[in-house]
Design a protein around this ligand. Structure first.
Ligand code: AMP
Length: 404
C-alpha cells in the first residue's frame, strides 16, 4: 500500500490544531483542534471531510493526552494514526533562526537547535517542541518534519535582514530580522505566479498577509527579498492587537516616564495595541460596521491601518523595481474588499488599481481583481498553510519535488 497521508500539527502552548491530508490528490480528510489543554474544560472539535463535525469538552491534561484524543477521533473515521497509509507528520515550527532554510526531518540535533532558539521565540518554540516530542512518542517509526515559519525569509539579503545597530551586540544576541508567516508567503507568492500563468522564477510579487497577525513581503522570482516582521512578529504592519512599527524610544519613554516594566510594555504592544488599542475592536468586520454608523475612532483606526499598508506597498515596489502582482491573503486580505480598495486607491501611476465589480466577488478561489488593462495585477489568493506544510513534508520524505 502506498503511504500518501500527512498529518499536519500546529502546536500552541495550550492548543493543537491539526489536519490530515491525502497528498495523492491534496485532499483534506479531516481537521480539527484541541483547545484549553491543561484546563478542566478542554475542548475538542473534529471535522471529517465526509461526515458531521463532532465537539466535546472534558479535562485534557497535556499535549500527550491531546494528541491521543486526536488519534482517537481520527480512528473513529477510519483514519487512525497507526495506519500504514500515514507517510509523515509535518510540524509547524515558528522560529528556525538563520539555520533552517528548508523543511527538515527532525532528529536529536534538530530538536536541540529548535530548543537553542527559545530565547528568540519564548512563546512559540517550547510549544512546538512539546508537540514534536509527543508525536514522536506516538509514532517513533514515522518521519517527523519541521516546517519553519522563518525559512522562506532566509533568502533576504543582509541589507534587509540586519538592523542598523552595533554588529557585535546584534550577533551576541542573534538580533536580526527573521520574518514570520513564511509558509503563507511562500504558498501565496507561488499561487499568484501560477494565476498569472508564470513560473515562480519569472514573477515579482508583493504579498500582503492580512489576518489578525499581518505581514508583507517582497518576493523576487520566488525568493523573499524583504518582509515586514522582524526579530519577532511585532514589527511592520498595524495588526489586530500589535502596534507594528514604532520608534523604539517609545519603549524607553514608557519605562522612564510611564514607570512600566518590560513585561508590561511587551503586553501593551503585542496584545493591547494595533486595531484593538486604537478603537477597541480587532475584527475588521466590526470596524467596518462601526464606520458605516459614523464611528470616528473606528474610522481613524482603519485609516492608520491603511496608511501603514500603503507605505509598505510603496516600499516593496521600490525594493523590487518591477512588480507583476500584489496579492492579498488571510482573513482580512481575502474578505475585506474595503481594505483592498483603500490600499491601492490613487496608485494608478504605479500601475495599480482594482475593478469594483471584481473586488466585490466572494470566492474561495485565487482571482484577479484588477482591471484587465492594469500594468500590475492585483489578486486575492486564499492562503493554505496546512496544505503547504503537508506539501513540503511529503516532498521531503518522498524525495521528490512536487511543489506546484
Ligand atoms: P486570520 O488571522 O487570517 O484568521 O484572520 C482573522 C481576521 O480576519 C479577523 O480578525 C477578522 O478581522 C478578519 N475577517 C474575517 N472575515 C472577515 C470578513 N468577512 N470581512 C472582514 N474581515 C474579516
Amino acid at each position: 500500500m502506498t503511504s500518501s497521508r500527512v498529518l499536519v500539527l500546529n502546536s500552541g502552548s495550550s492548543s493543537v490544531k491539526y489536519q490530515l491530508l491525502d497528498m495523492s490528490d491534496s485532499r483534506r480528510l479531516a481537521q480539527g483542534l484541541v483547545e484549553r489543554i491543561g484546563e478542566e474544560t478542554s475542548r475538542v472539535k473534529h471535522s471529517p471531510a465526509d461526515g458531521e463535525t463532532r465537539e466535546w469538552s472534558g479535562a485534557i491534561s497535556d499535549h500527550d493526552a491531546a494528541l491521543k484524543a486526536v488519534a482517537q477521533e481520527l480512528s473513529r473515521d477510519g483514519l487512525g494514526l497507526d495506519s500504514p497509509e500515514l507517510a509523515a507528520i509535518g510540524h509547524r515550527v515558528v522560529h528556525g533562526g538563520k539555520h533552517f532554510t528548508e523543511p527538515t526531518v527532525i532528529d536529536d540535533t534538530v530538536l536541540a537547535e529548535i530548543e537553542r532558539l527559545i530565547p528568540v521565540a519564548p512563546l512559540h518554540n517550547p510549544a512546538n517542541l512539546t508537540g514534536i516530542r509527543t508525536a514522536q512518542a506516538l509514532r517513533p517509526d514515522l518521519p517527523q518534519v519541521a516546517v519553519f515559519d522563518t525559512a522562506f525569509h532566509t533568502t533576504m539579503p543582509e541589507s534587509a535582514a540586519r538592523y542598523a545597530i552595533d554588529v557585535e551586540t546584534a550577533d551576541a544576541h542573534r538580533i536580526r530580522r527573521y520574518g514570520f508567516h513564511g509558509t503563507s508567503h511562500a504558498y501565496v507568492s507561488r499561487a499568484t505566479a501560477k494565476l498569472l500563468g508564470k513560473a515562480p522564477e519569472e514573477a515579482n510579487v508583493i504579498v500582503l498577509h492580512l489576518g489578525n497577525g499581518a505581514s508583507a513581503s517582497a518576493v523576487r522570482g520566488g525568493r523573499c527579498v524583504d518582509t515586514s516582521m522582524g526579530l519577532t512578529p511585532l514589527e511592520g504592519l498595524v495588526m489586530g492587537t500589535r502596534s507594528g512599527d514604532l520608534d523604539p524610544a517609545v519603549i524607553f519613554h514608557l519605562m522612564r516616564v510611564g514607570g512600566m516594566s518590560a513585561d508590561e510594555i511587551d503586553n501593551l504592544l503585542n496584545k493591547k495595541s494595533g486595531l484593538i488599542g486604537l478603537c477597541g475592536d480587532n475584527d475588521m468586520r466590526e470596524i467596518r460596521r462601526r464606520i458605516e454608523e459614523g464611528d470616528e475612532s473606528a474610522q481613524l483606526a482603519f485609516d492608520i491601518y491603511i496608511h501603514r499598508l500603503r507605505k509598505y506597498i510603496g516600499a516593496y515596489y521600490a525594493v523590487l523595481g518591477r512588480v507583476d502582482a500584489v496579492a492579498f491573503t488571510a482573513g482580512v486580505g481575502e474578505n475585506a474588499s474595503a481594505v483592498r480598495e483603500a490600499a491601492v486607491a490613487g496608485l494608478a501611476e504605479l500601475g495599480l488599481a482594482v475593478d469594483d465589480e471584481l473586488n466585490a466577488v466572494r470566492s474561495d478561489e485565487p482571482r484577479l481583481i484588477s482591471p484587465p488593462s492594469a500594468r500590475v495585477a492585483v489578486a486575492v489568493v486564499p492562503t493554505d498553510e496546512e496544505l503547504e506544510i503537508a506539501t513540503q513534508t511529503y516532498a521531503l520524505v518522498k524525495g521528490s519535488d512536487i511543489l506546484t
